[in-house]
Design a binder for this molecule. Structure first.
Ligand code: TYC
Length: 135
């Protein structure tokens, strides 16, 4: 599976001449079998590093008139690992501006956090809304 996956293929930089150069390695044709001076022959290959970065999603809290401020602060501490100071600042930002960012995460992490917030809000019968948007 790995041998033929695009990420794992060997890259050669020699163009059309590269592959024949491999076949004409040391010992071919009787020349250069003493291993001295000229160094290695063949194709320089490089494995392509896996650099695909995940899409990131902002997780946002929305304001409402009923969810207690203390509950929002607790959510920010527990779900988003904010200090009490940062949690209070973010909660007040949401309270005053209507919406605010709790963090930026890969898709599945963002989704889990939204679910945790919405579950906690529902369990406690608060109308707090939490959404995610692609950055
Ligand atoms: N506006 C709410 C209140 O006055 C507090 C609140 C802040 C609610 C942030 C939701 O995402 C929120 N009790």
């Amino acid at each position: 599976m790995l041998a033929h996956s695009p990420e794992n293929r060997l890259l050669h930089s020699g163009g059309p001449l590269a592959w024949p150069a491999v076949l004409a390695g040391p010992g071919d044709g009787g020349r250069d079998s003493d291993d001295e001076g000229e160094g290695q022959t063949g194709v320089v290959t490089k494995t392509r590093p896996k650099t695909k970065k995940p899409s990131l999603y902002r997780v946002l809290l929305l304001n409402d008139d009923y969810t207690p401020m203390e509950f929002v602060i607790l959510i920010l501490e527990e779900v988003f690992n904010k200090s009490r100071e940062d949690a209070t600042r973010i909660m007040l930002h949401v309270h005053n501006q209507g919406v605010g960012e709790c963090g930026v995460f890969p898709y599945e992490v963002a989704e889990t956090k939204v679910t945790r917030v919405m579950d906690a809000a529902r369990r406690n019968q608060h109308p707090l809304q939490c959404v995610m948007e692609k950055q």
